[in-house]
Design a protein around this ligand. Structure first.
Ligand code: BDR
Length: 317
């Protein structure tokens, strides 16, 4: 069994990632910790509970985390995910926030990892604030992580939020810097450009959403808003994998549940630019090893598309 903690800012692709994890027979989700990001923290918590409800898994403990970055202004991605983070589809039966655990996300992460040394992988698909706070509170716990999977950063300075920056890193550059510096466990990164290379065709999207299940109907509803954004010419031209859609967060999650999903990756040292008018929050890749960093990360390059599609299909069954 793979033991996972998911750190999310539940927007549409986080919801997809959570559903893939819930459908995987080899995965035990120990906790879901929520962060500011795509949508304000309370929405991220509520959306997480909504996803768990649709999947009949409200037994999984959900924790509230940080409501903003370590420094600077809080950013959201309402244009892309809808103001509420899940496509602005009213849900009068959404579970209430009283279902959240009392402990803070960072404390929960530390406790769970320390209780299961060497067994837990952390999948982070949000700004990295909760993870940065956790390592500040307990500097040694990342050594006990089995692995860390991150959706974030970029390798070719193609930004999706600022000219050069990817959303999760730009939303908290200091946190991203701290995490890449201090989490010395095996670290795997699904960057923005990687997600653009791994796009899936619209024909697959239609088959995926046409499944006759409550989960598929829920997904179809919450994705409508995002789909309009993804269909714009500006967005489509970034998808070098071909026209269709990229579900950024799902790649990091899928890599965590199947070690063979990533067919090619490159081991490199990376850091984050903390200054610069256009470059703050950009991931910096040290291709020539000039920084002499001991800890390197695995930058994902290529996934097994067929396997990935199967995981997606299963998530809505
Ligand atoms: C990332 O930003 C968010 O909008 C997505 O959920 C994903 O985590 C892509 O840059």
């Amino acid at each position: 069994m793979k033991k996972l903690i998911l750190d999310v800012d539940t927007g549409v692709d986080d919801a997809q990632a959570i559903m893939i994890a819930l459908a995987a027979p080899n995965v035990e989700i120990l906790a879901i910790t929520c962060s500011h990001g795509n949508t304000p923290l309370d929405n991220a918590c509520k959306n997480t509970l909504r996803v768990l409800k649709v999947c009949n898994r409200l037994d999984i403990p959900v924790y509230r985390g940080c409501s903003g970055p370590l420094l600077g202004r809080t950013r959201h991605a309402g244009d892309f995910h809808g103001k509420d983070g899940l496509g602005d589809v009213p849900d009068p039966d959404a579970p209430g926030l009283e279902l959240l655990q009392k402990k803070q996300a960072a404390q929960a992460i530390i406790k769970i990892v320390n209780q299961n040394p060497g067994e837990v992988s952390l999948v982070a698909t949000a700004p990295l604030t909760n993870l940065a706070v956790a390592v500040q509170l307990n500097p040694s716990f990342p050594k006990k992580l089995k692995a860390l999977y991150i959706m974030g950063g970029n390798t070719e300075s193609r930004g999706n939020t600022t000219v050069c920056g990817e959303f999760n890193f730009v939303a908290d550059p200091e946190a991203a810097y701290i995490v890449l510096d201090r989490y010395t466990c095996p670290t795997h990164i699904a960057t923005w450009e990687f997600s653009c290379r791994s796009s899936l065709p619209w024909s697959f999207c239609d088959t995926w959403l046409a499944q006759d299940t409550d989960k598929a109907r829920f997904m179809e509803k919450i994705s409508l808003h995002t789909r309009k954004m993804v269909q714009t010419e500006r967005y489509q031209k970034e998808l070098v994998g071909g026209p269709g859609f990229n579900s950024c967060d799902t790649y990091a999650l899928a890599a965590a549940i199947d070690d063979k999903l990533v067919m090619e990756s490159e081991e490199l040292a990376v850091t984050v630019e903390l200054e610069g008018t256009h470059t703050r929050g950009m991931m910096v890749v040290d291709y020539m090893d000039l920084l002499k960093k001991k800890h390197k990360v695995f930058i994902m390059k290529k996934i097994d598309e067929e396997k990935f599609k199967q995981m997606m299909m299963k998530a809505l069954k």
